[in-house]
Ligand binder design. Sequence first.
Ligand code: AMP
Ligand code: MG
Length: 324
Amino acid sequence: MILGIESTAHTFGVAVADKGKVLSNIRDMYKTSSGGIIPTESAAHHKKLAPEIYQKALEQANISESKITAIAFSNAPGLAPCLLAGLEFARKKAKELKVPIVPVNHCIAHLEIGQSIGAKDPVLLYASGANTQIIAYAAGKYRVFGETLDLGVGNFIDKVARHFGFGFPGGPEIEKHAKNGKYIELPYSIKGMDVSFSGMQTKLQQIYDKGEKVENLAYSLQETAFSMLVEAAERALAHTGKKELVLGGGVACNARLQEMCQIMCKERLQKTKYFCPERSLLVDNAAMIAYTGEIMLKAGIKSNPEDVDIKPRERTDQVNVTWR
Ligand code: AMP
Ligand code: MG
């Protein structure tokens, strides 16, 4: 059985996986009532809650710690203080239990967890707070086929939401207010396969300051930003010839983004299967880390606790994928 630890940003999670089955998945998210994430505060949250979340994960899986044969943790990419909190806890437990550590790239884990619901070789639309990437496997690596040139779609939504007076996370509030809006044209910015959101952010804030209704702005934000993501994802499908789309990241919890992706998959001439993991596997979670760690371990990837390190800026395509 393999234990997974997630700590890249606002969420600390611990999970247990065994033979491709997730046996437990416990998480707690650092939240603020106003303003964004303060990395050192988020790290303090992780350190404080780690022992309790660890115990709960063992209890939910109904196992004792002696059953754990390896510890996977997300070592990249993310906020350094948060990653360090995860590393320290993973090291401590690995030493106590005398088991090896498997370092897992968080973005790749979002793709690999798609296997648990049947995706074999998908294009991943990874739409989260800090990350917005379209990722697929090609020639030995997970390659980035398209990505944001400025902020992650979730950070963009959170910034706009904060301007409207909502706390963090702003995505659910925007989704709620988008229900009864009407469309206002916004900058649609897609360059080749890449997207950018800062122009739309400025525009939304300007129109809001002139007195436009939040409902209309929220609706138009969703329609415009999500169309950009779906367009880039479809082009990646066309380019790679792959026939599966997997969603990942907290923004993928949005029902309208899910609907748009579903429609795109259905309307493609090249039949494309749509896979959306359940919410607990879309947001930052340790289950996908344990699940991916198990696959990597099977291929012989493991380290001594002292030899692993965090890689806050590691890119998806820097990881040598020897397990496929
Ligand atoms: P992650 O970084 O993957 O954990 O995702 C967090 C991001 O997802 C934050 O920016 C949230 O605002 C965003 N988010 C969560 N739920 C929704 C939603 N229903 N619609 C849009 N964005 C959301
Ligand atoms: Mg994530």
